[in-house]
Ligand binder design. Sequence first.
Ligand code: SAH
Length: 238
Amino acid sequence: MNRFFVENPGFGAAVVEGEDFKHLASVLRLKKGDCVMLSDGRGNECEGEIDRVEPGKAQVKTGPWRPCAAEPAHRITLFQCLPKAGKMEIILQKCTELGVSALVPTLSARCVVQPGKDFDKKLLRYRKVAREAAMQSHRGIVPQVLPLVELKKADLSDFDTVYVAYEGEKGLTLKAAMGDKPGRRVALFVGPEGGFEAEEVASLEAKGARAVSLGPRILRTETAGMAMVAQMLFELGE
Ligand code: SAH
């Protein structure tokens, strides 16, 4: 069943607007009586039936809301160092499907690409990608895409556990590190094409992060985030 995000649903009713409405009306051509799934963007979902299609919005009669079955209990934030053109969108799309809750574009020493003045425009585009991927993969939230941070200024105080995928770490695997059960709020760091500098990893470790290996092969930056999120949620049974 097609899924849409709604904001502030009322009692027994909700309104699909904006991009979701365009998709509902112009692409899927849904009409009165058609059944849809709704997510409130906060991790809840319900079934609904379209009551009226009006210019710019669709009114939907809703059934009972329940926690979204597809939402992982762990909240994973991926700090992804800026990759080369076009890759961030793929990373965001795939990691949304896999279950990340937030992505933070991160600037580190060896990023080949520097954020231009138009980075805010890119953020808007990334947020659209996250929304579309969340709809498609039946998420109960749209992962947040946060503003760019510099790696050395990344604030880790909101996380219970922080793992850094480090190509130079040959001993400790993510799986082994996760033996000490991560808390609910987890941050993951993935380096750019050029990898992390040893000092960058050391400074994250000084803030409490653990450097981990994702296995014996070196993955491209766009593969590493996906592999790390997938490994993590697999180990957590989510
Ligand atoms: N240029 C580097 C590789 C960078 S790979 C080199 O040749 O060594 C890009 C990023 O993906 C890395 O910074 C790291 O965060 C992650 N990564 C890739 N393979 C990894 C692995 N086997 N273990 C841990 N992290 C890995």
